[in-house]
Design a protein around this ligand. Structure first.
Ligand SMILES: *Cc1c(COP(=O)(O)O)cnc(C)c1O
Length: 415
């Protein structure tokens, strides 16, 4: 069909509807490397503003770390820029194997296969290991990429209420007649910062003869005593059949993902996962830098410990200041505001104070649970946090919400 006026009008109208719904996503152009402080052009064409970044997945501050940048340069020199091939044709170098082995050692798994992204890992893994006779039972709030991967696979599907172990047990009982049961969860749920109770989930999987897959994208590198992930936090290292995770967040933040776990399951991904078979290999420059990142997090917990201290400090001070902070221990710290407009207005005011955050509201989070989600980083120094807390206090005072409980905020602003 030609791109007729009628077709063009259709898309224009749809885009206008997205705008009217308050759901239009605008890019903010950053004119500096990713770090605790960034220079932002927003709105487009505006003067550059230097702001404290409270909103990135750069949890360990490794995205622009000099050792990682140097490793990238060295990798570029040693192995070139592109591979112009998928992995199994002529796109696998020695450094891909080396990185896979390092990741397996770090996560405490049997084997690992790299993908261009974790989205691709999730898109490929289910179809590679399950068939029509099998069932996937997932938490209802799993990441969009898991949902897509589940859709692409022929296995049957069921779900359990978010982190509700009683409900999961019922579903496991219900599906005892299936050939293979696979329970699926995020390790850390990124909107609330909740940790999936992997100890209980593993026990249920053992009791009802099920496998478990955990997407640890918001955990790998910093959750658990030595940063291995949520499985370390709950003492179930070696018991997770499949871990998928990203190299695009704490672990250097460039791109790439993996499936890591039981050797046969990883092998099945190499044989069958379509993004592995039909999408280009991870470029050497990123592989080399990611390898350095895994060395850093394997050798020392220094950055992970600093992140933990930053998280504790920020959570304490923000709670003291009178904000309604969703309790927890992850560096994802949602400041609950419930009302969508309040979340948007406060984010705008905070930006004017030099703090980069964004308001989240329906449909990104459930109706009536609008918030400003902050994320801590090991790149933050005390002064960044203090400045952020002071700005939050100033803006919180302006809207008269300091010290207010959920009910009072809703009474004052509505939902
Ligand atoms: C970010 C994220 C992904 C996607 O990772 P990419 O490597 O950027 O594709 C997948 N799953 C979860 C839970 C994530 O948070």
């Amino acid at each position: 069909m030609a791109y007729s006026d009628k077709v063009r009008e259709h898309y224009k109208k749809t885009i206008a509807e997205i705008r009217e719904g308050g759901l239009f996503k605008e890019e903010r152009f950053i004119h500096s490397p990713q770090d605790a402080e960034i220079k932002v052009e927003f709105p487009e064409g505006a003067e550059l503003t230097k702001v404290i970044n409270m909103f990135s997945n750069n949890y360990l501050g490794l995205s622009s770390h000099p050792d990682v940048v140097k490793a990238a340069h060295d990798g570029l020199d040693a192995r070139g820029y592109g591979m112009s091939s998928v992995r199994f044709i002529c796109g696998t170098q020695d450094i891909h194997r080396e990185l896979q082995n390092k990741i397996s050692k770090f996560l405490g798994t049997e084997d690992t296969v790299l993908f261009p992204s974790c989205m691709d890992a999730n898109a490929g893994v289910f179809e590679a290991v399950l068939g029509e006779e099998d069932i996937i039972i997932s938490d209802r709030l799993v990441h969009a990429s898991l949902i897509d991967g589940i859709r692409l696979c022929k296995a049957q599907y069921d779900s359990f209420k978010h982190m509700n172990m009683g409900h999961l047990e019922k579903k496991l009982q219900l599906h005892q007649d299936k050939r293979i049961r696979l329970v699926v969860t995020d390790g850390v749920f990124s909107m609330d910062g909740d940790l999936a109770p992997l100890d209980e989930m593993v026990a249920l999987c053992e009791k009802y003869d099920a496998m478990i897959l955990v997407d640890d994208s918001h955990a790998s590198g910093f959750i658990g005593k030595t940063g291995r992930g949520v499985h370390e936090h709950f003492g179930v290292v070696g018991k997770i059949d499949i871990i998928t995770t990203t190299l695009g967040k704490a672990l250097g933040g460039a791109s790439g993902g993996c499936v890591s776990g039981r050797a046969e399951l990883v092998e099945m991904c190499k044989q069958r996962a379509r993004p592995y078979l039909f999408s280009n290999t991870m470029p050497p420059v990123i592989v080399a830098a990611a390898s350095k990142v895994i060395d850093i997090v394997s050798e020392t917990t220094e950055r992970r410990d600093k992140l933990e201290a930053n998280t504790k400090y920020f959570r304490e001070k923000m709670t003291e200041a009178g904000f309604d902070i969703r309790p927890g221990e992850t560096p994802i710290v949602p400041v609950m505001l419930y009302n969508a407009k309040l979340a948007q207005d406060m984010a705008t005011d905070l930006y004017a104070e030099g703090i980069y955050v964004i308001g989240f509201f329906f449909p990104v989070v459930p109706q009536g649970q609008a918030r400003i989600r902050t994320q801590l980083s090991a790149a933050h120094e005390r002064e960044h946090l203090d400045k952020t807390i002071a700005a939050f206090k100033k803006v919180g005072e302006k809207y008269g919400i300091l010290g207010l409980k959920k009910k009072e905020i809703i009474e004052k602003f509505g939902l």
